[in-house]
Write a protein that binds this ligand. Structure first.
Ligand SMILES: [Ca+2]
Ligand SMILES: [Ca+2]
Length: 249
């Protein structure tokens, strides 16, 4: 191999690594979220930090949040990463959570998971015992089996569109909504006027190297010029649960 070509390949390889300024925020349900770097927001109709919030218990790696005693209560965990949520070139945004919701009452969504990009592109999923929905997208109603935990995994390359997997199956190809919230992920009892009983096993989110980046570079190194689908696996150290992914075109 020519020295110049070797330098070019090493330079390209270095640029891929340089882009991979990934992060991985992992809440495992082993403690209250505010003890693990999350910001707790709670209150009721009387205002912020009023009342006790949801009744929260941690047991066996599960955080149970119960606000069924009072429709006026909200109580959610928020993690801010100002200007650092989005993936860059060659990177992939991943959010994954495992939860089951026993009950909901009141008007609209209560248990929720919200994602806001650095450019204020937003998603908000309402979590119910038998389905989930997406607040800012029309007619997104995804039935789920009640009474059991479900694993949700959301992937986005651009924070404009996303793929949502439920229990390993692609359940929805969706679109972010232009809002005002920026650079955060939040989950829990999100609103006043509704109540829920939910069990959270984990919430993870982060930016990881795009699974196909290194394989594409290897393809370049051996002179393979053909276009290829990007199916692969994220390095287990930064998201073992990500598993197989396929880029949308
Ligand atoms: Ca509530
Ligand atoms: Ca757990």
């Amino acid at each position: 191999m020519q020295p110049a070509l070797v330098c070019l390949i090493l330079s390209a390889f270095g640029s891929v690594l340089a882009q991979a300024e990934q992060y991985w925020i992992a809440y495992e349900g082993n403690d209250l979220p505010e003890n693990e770097g999350w910001e707790r927001h709670w209150g009721n109709d009387d205002g912020s930090h009023e009342g006790e919030g949801a009744i929260r218990t941690v047991q066996d790696g599960i955080l149970t949040m119960d606000s069924m005693y009072d429709l006026r209560v909200y109580d959610y965990a928020c993690h801010y990463l100002y200007g650092q949520v989005d993936p860059g070139p060659g990177e992939l945004f991943v959010a994954e959570w495992r939860v089951t919701v026993d009950e909901t009452i009141g008007d609209g969504r209560d248990s929720m998971l919200v994602i806001a990009s650095d450019g204020a592109m937003q998603l908000a999923f309402g979590l119910f015992p038998d389905h989930i929905d997406s607040q800012f997208e029309e007619e997104v109603y995804i039935p789920i089996t009640p009474g059991v935990f479900h694993e949700y995994r959301l992937l986005s390359w651009d924070m404009q569109t996303y793929d949502l997997y439920i229990d390993g199956d692609l359940a929805h190809e969706g679109t972010f909504w232009q809002g005002a919230l920026e650079s955060k992920l939040a989950w829990g009892d999100g609103v006043r006027g509704a109540a829920s009983l939910a069990h959270w096993d984990y919430v993870h989110f982060g930016v990881v190297p795009e699974p196909c980046s290194l394989s594409m570079l290897i393809g370049l190194c051996v002179g393979a010029a053909r276009r290829r689908e990007c199916v692969g696996a994220v390095p287990p150290a930064v998201g073992a649960r990500v598993g197989a992914t396929e880029r949308r075109t």
